[in-house]
Write a protein that binds this ligand. Structure first.
Ligand SMILES: [Zn+2]
Length: 339
């Protein structure tokens, strides 16, 4: 029996040492120390021993059990540590590795300035309204006091689709559509694309952007127009900006004016940007023609209004020093990434 116990101890320790994972270790533990284990099986035969031998073998059996238990605990701790080390190695993050580069999209320069202009007018209580780019002749011309035989039609080289439909040459048709739908007070801007059959060169494009504004209410005067445009220009070019009105003619406004802003580059001295003038033309504007109001069912005896229009491309070109309008529409990343 002594030999049997010694043998159990030795093979148990040997097997525990060779065991590579925790589950197998657990099985070995049951095999040797469990209720149906080998050690228990030996101890059941204790009854056959003489009274003198019993305590000696009993003590030896306890020593063997203690030794195996100790060995099991040691191996469990060892294997757990090994497992943890392996896990840490597998999940290690190298914080010095270069990260993945994300390309962040940028706004198109036209959008940057368009958004700025919208913000300025939203701040003054204007709504932003849009309308169709394929427009009826009526909204693009006729309702704006430009009947079919009007000579001013020739100045806007129009893309006609049929005799009565066209690509809008201005965003003014949105004003007509708005006045037909809403009752005064009206305070809107209508930004968007417009089309003219101009040959493409450094300063002309068959597609470009306008932002038009319209205010209609009781008692609206030219001084309201001037105040509004001053606010706008100061918002766009800075608080010290100066503007001047020059008389002009548009069929849809009376009186009409062109508005210049003092050159922000030379402050009126004259430079290359303003072609030596000291002033740069930025806007067309005027008091809404009574006939236009009438066309939209608004009584010109009761209401008056003003309207204005800005060409977006020119403003953006001067802002960023861009000298070719084609850059806006070529989608060249080398250009677009600069903004
Ligand atoms: Zn200048």
């Amino acid at each position: 029996m002594r030999d049997a116990l010694e043998q159990i101890k030795n093979t148990a320790i040997e097997k525990l040492e060779a065991c590579g994972d925790l589950k197998a270790l657990d099985e070995l533990k049951v095999k040797y120390l469990g209720k149906k284990g080998e050690l228990t099986a030996i101890l059941k035969q204790m009854g056959k021993l003489s009274p003198e031998e019993r305590p000696v073998i009993g003590q030896l059996a306890n020593e063997v059990r203690a030794k195996i238990e100790e060995e099991v605990s040691r191996r469990i701790a060892q294997l757990k540590e090994k497992q943890l080390a392996a896990q840490l190695a597998a999940e290690k993050i190298d914080v010095t590795m270069p990260g993945k580069k994300f390309d962040i999209g940028k706004k198109h320069p036209l959008t940057i300035v368009m958004d700025e202009i919208k913000e300025i007018f939203l701040g003054m209580g204007f709504d932003v309204v849009s309308g169709p780019e394929v427009e009826l002749d009526y909204y693009n011309f006729e309702a704006l006091n430009l009947p079919k035989d009007h000579p001013a039609r020739d100045t806007q080289d129009t893309f006609y689709i049929t005799e009565n439909t066209l690509l809008r040459t201005q965003t003014s048709p949105v004003q007509i559509r708005t006045m037909e739908k809403r009752k005064p007070p009206i305070r809107i801007i209508s930004p968007g694309r417009v089309y003219r059959s101009d040959a493409l060169d450094a300063t002309h494009s068959p597609v470009f952007h306008q932002i038009e504004g319209l205010v209609v209410d009781k008692g609206v005067t030219m001084s309201d127009l001037k105040g509004t445009l001053e606010m706008f220009i100061k918002g766009l070019y800075g608080e010290d900006s100066k503007i001047r009105f020059r008389p002009h003619h548009f069929p849809f406004t009376e009186p009409s004016a062109e508005i210049d802003v003092m050159c922000f580059n030379c402050h009126g001295e004259g430079c290359r940007l303003c072609k030596g003038e000291g002033w740069i033309e930025v806007l067309g504007a005027g008091m809404v023609h009574p006939k236009v109001l009438l066309n939209c069912g608004i009584d010109p005896e009761e209401y008056s209004g003003f309207a204005f229009g800005v060409g977006l491309e020119r403003v953006v070109m001067r802002r960023f020093g861009i000298d070719d309008i084609r850059m806006f529409f070529e989608n060249d990343m080398r250009f677009l990434e600069q903004f």
